[in-house]
Write a protein that binds this ligand. Sequence first.
Ligand SMILES: O=C[C@H](O)COP(=O)(O)O
Length: 250
Amino acid sequence: MRKKIVAGNWKMNLTSEEALKLNTAIDTFVAKNEPKCEVIHFSPYIYLNEGINSVESIAIGAQNGYPEKNGAFTGEISMYQLKEIGVRNILIGHSERRQIFKETDAFLKSKVDAATNLDLTIFFCCGETISQRENGKHVATVITQLENSIFHLSEEQFKNVVIAYEPIWAIGTGKTASPAQANEMHQAIRAAIQKNYNAEIAKKTSIIYGGSCKPTNASELFHQSDIDGGLIGGASLKSEDFMSIISTYK
Ligand SMILES: O=C[C@H](O)COP(=O)(O)O
């Protein structure tokens, strides 16, 4: 049985007080209700330490990390530093990093290698633009992203990878991929994993969906054959909404 995962990506949101409150509320909820999924908050760097030290039933992950161990990289935080404070999960390849911060496939590959060397669980994000979808290039785009930045890992290394499919046109827009559209892509990703690795690894890799996922659509999405949970942006900032999404796996 594949691991089901509901992860919140807070992006650049929340005050320190709100972050602590939300971590505590979700941690308490998960401890009490024991949902059948792993719950993670991908938090801004500055709230990681307090988060890690204040929760027991959920994990706190990083939204980013620099691949070099240390050095003259003003303003950056290394994955090594993240690991040292207790981070175990990291997002790599989010479309906001690709588009706003111009992170290339080659740079993402170097991040994948750094995270792998540190034994971090990689949540590798991929997804197409609306024009790529309209031109029928959505599947090819996503598979190329995987081939360029993560499929070089060995079978053993790939076991520490979760794929997050996030169609760019659905992120923060209120426009969700239909369950059929999302599942079609998840099936294509799983087939590509099988082709590059093997059927066993493909069967065991969790592939989660992100893009305007909310309490009203999470259940239908998460019940698709190849969708193993979600990477939630906006709805993870409201404890009631996030709890409702987590409860899909009760
Ligand atoms: O990482 C999360 C995604 O970017 C989804 O964000 P959203 O739920 O606000 O659309």
